[in-house]
Ligand binder design. Structure first.
Ligand code: FE2
Length: 386
């Protein structure tokens, strides 16, 4: 029986090597006064900005994973420069920052009215400014997701602004833009993409449309991720990774995530570790715990078979099963040089606060099985390398 579902995405998705050349025409559709959002060094994107620079009325640099204050400041700039649209060129932090700026520029009250978990989660009353999202990393799929993850340092947590209205107008995915991404970022972003293909596939909200994206992505990323970390100039592998990131974004925005992302929210708010490295350190222990819980407490949705299918796709081996998947994930994380949670600064004294935060996270609700406190503690211990 197919569960009821909805599918929504960016207004247009344009994918391919060289597709960034279409940016001037898309920018022209957004009007004469555009806010440019980039990372700390916008000169890296000079080639991408060419041909529409006279439309740039203001520039916001997002220098790390964005905070509520970054979004409020950017929204004020969008209002001050009378922006008619936003062009975001960068990684997931930049694109999420731009989506939040676009939403708050047209809904300029208290941002906590709309923020999930630490705020009131009220819907956006007004349509955000239109956004063109041009990703330069392959990981978050933020170009096709309807939320923006924002840090709230006062609450030591990350939470989302979320609305179908926050889907970008155009997602312009040019794999060539990721060619210069350093190896460590390629690895951590790539592990985020992998988790974002695995979690929606086993999610309690899995649906046949998202499943198709997950299968296509899982079949590619098992080979593409090790390859791209070995040879960053391999445009074929970069193209596979850009596609996998896009497919993960399409899947998670419509089928939800799971416990890896449930933990990544509070952990990202409490420690300065990057989202991708946190997800990478968690994925093998979470998969082990989910499989064990499904075995001991029943598996009405057939989630263990889902994990087995993911194993076959990722490993490219028809004989692979769920246990092989756990071992492969742990080996991949180690071979990419991703540190344990303990090496990323996570301390046992914070476990109870992390668990309390994870239990409130929206992603945790889509995990294929409800995990108990002891199991969540066990995941943290294993992810810390204990
Ligand atoms: Fe993620």
């Amino acid at each position: 029986m197919i569960p009821p579902f909805e599918f929504a995405s960016a207004g247009r998705i344009v994918f391919g090597v060289g597709s960034a050349k279409g940016l001037p025409a898309f920018a022209a559709e957004l009007g004469e006064r555009l806010l440019l959002v980039t990372g700390s060094d916008s000169s890296r994107h000079n080639g991408t900005i060419g041909g529409w620079e006279t439309r740039i009325a203001g520039h916001v640099a997002i220098t790390g994973e964005p905070t509520v204050d970054d979004a409020v400041r950017g929204a004020r700039m969008a209002i001050d420069c009378a922006a008619t649209g936003i062009v975001a060129i960068g990684g997931g932090s930049v694109i999420d920052g731009a989506k939040a700026i676009a939403a708050l520029a047209r809904n300029p009250g208290d941002p906590f009215d709309h923020l999930e978990v630490v705020g009131r989660g009220l819907p956006l009353a007004n349509e955000p400014l239109p956004v063109i999202a041009v990703p330069t990393t392959s990981g978050t799929g933020a170009e096709v997701t309807r939320n923006a993850v924002l840090g709230s340092p006062a609450h030591r947590v990350k939470a989302s602004l979320r609305s179908p209205r926050m889907l970008p107008r155009v997602a312009l995915v040019d794999p060539a833009l990721s060619l210069s991404l350093p190896r460590a970022l390629t690895a951590s972003c790539g592990m985020d993409a992998l988790v974002q293909l695995l979690e929606p596939f086993v999610s309690a909200r899995a649906n046949p449309v998202a499943d198709g994206f997950c299968r296509e992505g899982l079949a590619r990323i098992g080979r593409a991720l090790p390859r791209v970390c070995e040879a960053g100039d391999d445009l074929g592998a970069r193209t596979d990774m850009a596609l996998c990131s896009l497919l993960g974004g399409l899947a998670l925005a419509n089928a939800g995530l799971g416990a890896v992302h449930g933990f990544a929210g509070p952990l990202g708010g409490m420690y300065p570790a990057s989202h991708g490295t946190l997800c990478a350190a968690l994925v093998a222990p979470v998969t082990r715990a989910n499989l064990d819980a499904l075995k001991s407490r029943g598996d009405a949705r057939g989630s263990r078979e889902r994990y087995a299918e993911a194993a076959r796709l990722l490993l490219g081996n028809d004989a692979a099963g769920p246990d092989d998947l756990v071992a492969w994930l742990a080996d991949l994380t180690a071979s990419l040089g991703i540190p344990s949670l303990a090496a990323q600064g996570v301390r046992a004294v914070d476990f109870e606060a992390i668990i309390a935060g994870a239990a409130r996270a929206s992603s945790m609700k889509a995990n294929p099985v409800a995990l108990e406190t002891d199991e969540l503690r066990g995941i943290l211990r294993a992810s810390c390398g204990a």
